[in-house]
Design a protein around this ligand. Sequence first.
Ligand SMILES: [Zn+2]
Length: 419
Amino acid sequence: MKSCAGKLLEVISKPISSCRLCGSSDLDLILDLGTQPPANSLRASCEELLESIPLAICRCQQCTTVQLTETVAPEHLFRDYVWVTGTSQTARNYSQTFFDHVAQRCGRDPLFVVEVASNDGTFLQRFRERGHRVLGVDPAQNLARVAEADGIPTMSEFFGLEIGRRVTQLHGHADVVIARNVLPHVPEPNDVVAGIAHCLKSDGIGAIEFHWVDKILSELHYDSIYHEHFFYHSLHSIDQLLKRHRLTLFDVTESPISGGSLVAYFSKTSRQTSSALTEKLAWELDRGLASLETWREFAMRSLEHRLQMKEMIESEIKIGKRLIGYGASARSSTLLNFCGLGNRHLVCIADQSPLKHDRYTPGTDVLVVSPERALAERPDTIVLLAWNFKDEILQRLSDVGFHGNVIVPLPNRPQVLRI
Ligand SMILES: [Zn+2]
């Protein structure tokens, strides 16, 4: 593989000096994953060099929120935003369940429903089909156009208090405001929650969905830490955020998105707390999801994991094995950079998405190709970087007659499977 040198593309970032949620300067460093370029910045050429930015998480002593120590300007993270909700079968199926959960908790109709970061409008479509009035807000213009074409009115904006005010001036206050998987991705969540509070009718309800730290901690998903994810929320830290805006949690449900998410329901006027919420909050306390000790242990285990991964891969190379990776996701970028693995270890990385082909991974410079091309390299060993799709990929490998070792990095300890 040729060595890479060329023009440095500058990315604007700055470290935080206080908690993004509560403003406290009492922050404890939890885990330092080194300096890394933004995880989704695959490049067409090795000549393009991206600036490496510190990737580390800290925990606020005051409000317990775990967050990145560095803020990358959102325009560097979301300019090539290509995730489209409607292309995921899991998301499409779940949109019906989500609708049912929200409708059960409203108890009246017709509703006016506003969705923050509405993507292509897949979730609002379920409300519209039943005669409710809907409005999406999403900064990605290409997605807003898709949603509009499907009958979902959409404002192409970054949502916050100012846009919340504009929404109410133009359309009135909302019975329901939804924000799915958006709060962890914004550097100023107080502005988003202030906008939500402004939009809500006094008896309206809000629903915030977020990737829950439980799985990250219990299965060691340190690879879900990257610059787009500013926050790693527990129900406790979401509760703290909502309280700052006089919003009160009253219920919670589970969601299959991102391998384990929660939906927190809240309102301006206090409602009866559900037993599910009481149980989940107690469970979090019992497991220590918001505690410093738990996060310190997570950091120790992540450092051990890095040693195990490196040892496993280098011992394969030492006996002459030829290795490829499988899955060029943002998660795999964190894992490769943290473990110090790159084009010295992997011949290439296979990925299903044609958008990623003939591009180089950020910071580690491994060429991404189609699975067919990768297997034509006759690898002895495959490193299953997209380990969260393990069953699906193992099936595909077995269908094409691959025989050899498969290294599965996570959850928990790395494992070698022989297929
Ligand atoms: Zn804080």
